[in-house]
Design a protein around this ligand. Structure first.
Ligand code: ZN
Length: 288
């Protein structure tokens, strides 16, 4: 139980490519953490952008998880079926004045100052007759976006460093930040265990959760797997997909990365059960 709520964890891949070692680390870490807490582990496919989706990858991801001994609880949720929920959340932010229409083009923003944070051009309203291209979250100023991270410790971001993140994109697709917050709340996720590359996104999520009156889950950002050049493994860095036939070797690499013993038993399922015990010793919080 986490603050009186039963533990629910999740893994939420996008079907833009097959799972690689980096995504397996996030999957295994979130699975082990859910199991050691006696919780449920959900899988959600983040298929919001059909133009980036690779055909057949969703089922490949699920097949891979299963073969690695990562069985999920309950039905798999597909974000592509949840447009109404995101619409409701955006409407509620609009009504409370916490969303604004943005007319900036990519070009305008690129010229701004090269920073990745939105410069706030449309924050105080668009000129009459100007149609919004996208919708953004009006990140409240003067508050701290903070949380206690179970792996990296206390995190605190200023709203200025996060900026007014996109909720509905100019191409008509829902933005990751809105969808993920809405889904985690609807699925009653209490604990999010994922890669450290998402730490700054979490700051945005904390702001949106507060605006929507959603309880803040606990977060644990596990270390990223880097390639020989020190880059995060991703589709962009051409990370190699993991193969089901190599499941024992891959799991052993994942365990090593998570500082767990790399015992290679006969079956991935057995390797996972033995990893649960070690995870409990290493990562379970004393103060629960
Ligand atoms: Zn704008």
């Amino acid at each position: 139980m986490i603050n009186g709520r039963p533990y629910v964890g999740r893994f939420a891949p996008s079907p833009t490519g097959r799972l690689h070692l980096g995504s397996m680390v996030a999957a295994v870490a979130s699975y082990l953490d859910a199991k050691v807490h006696g919780g449920r582990w959900l899988v959600r496919i983040e298929d919001l952008d059909p133009t980036r989706e690779v055909k057949g990858v969703s089922s490949d991801i699920l097949r891979t998880l299963e073969s690695f001994g990562l069985g999920w609880d309950g039905p798999v949720v597909y974000q592509s079926t949840r447009h109404e929920k995101y619409r409701e959340a955006l409407d509620s932010l609009m009504i409370s004045g916490l969303a604004f229409g943005c007319a900036c083009t990519r070009k305008t923003l690129a010229k701004a100052d090269g920073s990745r944070v939105y410069p706030g051009f449309c924050r105080s309203g668009l000129p009459k007759g100007t149609a919004p291209r996208s919708w953004r979250f009006k990140m409240p100023r003067g508050v701290s976006l903070s949380w206690h991270d179970r792996v990296v410790g206390r995190q605190s971001y200023s709203p200025d460093s996060v900026g007014d993140v996109t909720l509905l994109r100019a191409d008509g697709h829902w933005a990751y930040h809105l969808a993920v917050v809405v889904d985690d709340a609807d699925q009653e996720v209490t604990d999010i265990v994922r890669g450290a590359d998402l730490i700054s996104s979490t700051a945005a999520h904390v702001g949106i959760q507060r605006a929507l009156g959603i309880p803040k889950p606990k977060y644990a950002h596990v270390p990223l797997v880097l390639n020989a050049e020190g880059q995060k493994l991703s589709k962009q860095t051409l990370a190699r997909p993991v193969e089901i036939k190599d499941s024992r070797e891959v799991l052993s690499m994942v365990f090593k990365h998570l500082s767990l013993p790399e015992d290679m038993s006969s079956h991935p399922r057995d390797m996972m059960s033995s990893a649960i015990k070690h995870w409990g010793k290493k990562w379970k919080e004393e103060d629960e």
